[in-house]
Design a protein around this ligand. Structure first.
Ligand code: SAM
Length: 195
């Protein structure tokens, strides 16, 4: 995978803020972020797949390529992904345009896996990305996001505004650098009792 190291490093050199890491994620993080995915989780959206570190793991979990929509903004990564995953839908697209893109009819998506560097993004972009992703997600579906920070990269006011809760799934200490994965899900509706 030394070719991936080089692709990543060159991409990071040309756009450090957008790429957000100098190397692709390792197997421990790929294992963790896809831990709750099964063959029946599809359709699945992957945001910021880069060279496909998580995508390979999704395939190992039994997800068919045809169930994957890969959304990537780096054009070199897009070409690589199209070669590596010819059965998947690979879109050269800014994830903050998700809501306006009519990617699916209705809301069939069972999971979203995100490698986006949210810590480098404005609150407005985070709202567009997370809100846009949830507009395609079926009831009970989850959005998985990794971060190198000790805190959830989706700020609390954004979670409140979108009616979501974030749960720490676990930490991948063997990743370089160590990373955490958060699961975002819709909050249960409040039950009002008339007395
Ligand atoms: C930290 S890298 C993660 C790559 C891969 N998921 C991994 O873990 O190895 C972030 C990726 O998100 C992509 N990206 C950043 N901003 C994006 C945006 N607005 N829309 C789509 N992709 C974006 C970058 O090009 C890069 O591939």
């Amino acid at each position: 995978m030394s070719k991936d190291l080089l692709s990543f490093f060159l991409a990071w050199m040309s756009a450090p803020g957008r790429v957000g890491a100098i190397a692709s994620s390792g197997p421990a993080l790929a294992e963790l972020i896809t831990r709750e995915i099964t063959a029946s989780s599809g359709p699945i959206i992957e945001l910021g797949p880069g060279t496909g570190a998580f995508t390979y793991k999704l395939l190992q979990r039994g997800v068919p390529q045809e169930d994957l929509t890969l959304i990537e903004y780096g054009c070199d990564f897009v070409k690589l992904l199209q070669m590596r995953f010819p059965g998947a839908r690979v879109l050269w697209m800014d994830a903050s345009r998700l809501a306006n893109s009519r990617l699916f009819e209705g809301a069939p998506v069972g999971a979203v896996i995100s490698g986006l560097p949210l810590l480098n993004m404005s609150t407005r972009n985070i709202v567009s990305i997370v809100g846009g992703a949830f507009s395609y997600m079926r009831s009970g579906a989850a959005f998985y996001q990794f971060t190198y920070s000790m805190r959830c990269p989706v700020p609390r006011p954004v979670l409140d505004r979108l009616g979501l809760k974030a749960t720490l799934l676990d930490r991948a200490l063997l990743n370089v650098p160590p990373a955490s994965v958060y699961r975002l899900t819709r909050r249960a509706p409040c039950k009002f009792v008339n007395v």
